[in-house]
Design a protein around this ligand. Sequence first.
Ligand SMILES: [Zn+2]
Length: 320
Amino acid sequence: MIKETTVGRLLAISVVVVLLGSCATIAKPLSSQTPGSSSTSASSASSTGGGVSGPLVGDPEFSISASPTAVSTQLSTTPLPASTPESSPAVDSIPVADATLDPAPPPVPAAAPVDCSIQKCVALTLDDGPSPLSTSFVDVLQSKGAPASFFVVANRIANYPGVLRRMVDGGQTVGSHSLAHAHPAQQSAEALLADNSRSDELITAETGLPVTLYRPPYGERSDAITAVSGQLGLAQILWNVDSLDWQSRDANKVVEQVMTTVRPGSIILTHDLYQSTLDAYPILIDRLREAGYVIVTIPELLGGASQAGVTYFSGLAPPA
Ligand SMILES: [Zn+2]
């Protein structure tokens, strides 16, 4: 049973999604952030009229060895900075560490319920793990009593046994970032269904929890992605603040990039791949809190009412 107030929140979120997906005037002009970018997706963006289906948006993950001449992909209908490397290294090219774990620290006591429709909430998200640094991120988050949402590449889970369980036990949220970080907009619906079904199976096998959140690699969107997400019960979680941690590899720049672009309801994109991002996290958490933000999980930011097949760039926020 859905409460009336929840329906209201859903409508409010949906309006935000539609507005962000269709109103180019909301977005900071991408041309100012990605000069010289390719416009290969811009025409298809206008052809789709925005909304939940559309072309590529920026997902800079796996840019570790990207060519300095990487081609950026623009999408004029979203607020996302776009920088998709022309050639992204394969998932398996990321070094795999011995995943022997230290004992997990005691869980942080549950905080009081948060109402992001009246409080200034933000959600930290971490993509592309598990990695050799993932447990360190969990430790930092736990030490700060701050949650985050990890979007994991499922075929890497076996390399890090116990890490997802530790995320969940520490109060973190785990969502899917696909099976192998393929470009989902280039996959057929059948391939997407197989990919995401397997990904969700692997995650659930580790966490014991159903998967309800999906971040399409590279932030790509398409009708097939939306259809398969709806079929599998997955909300598509994008972002409206890009830390650019993949680009700067500098903790101070990561903090400043977020603090100058964050607003109530923001979904913040970071990656649990980089030491510089790990170094930034305790500083960033402190700075966000000093600015009056409450750090929440994605489900909390969406009022516990995410909808399958819907794309979210941000969540609930107090009335302006
Ligand atoms: Zn990614």
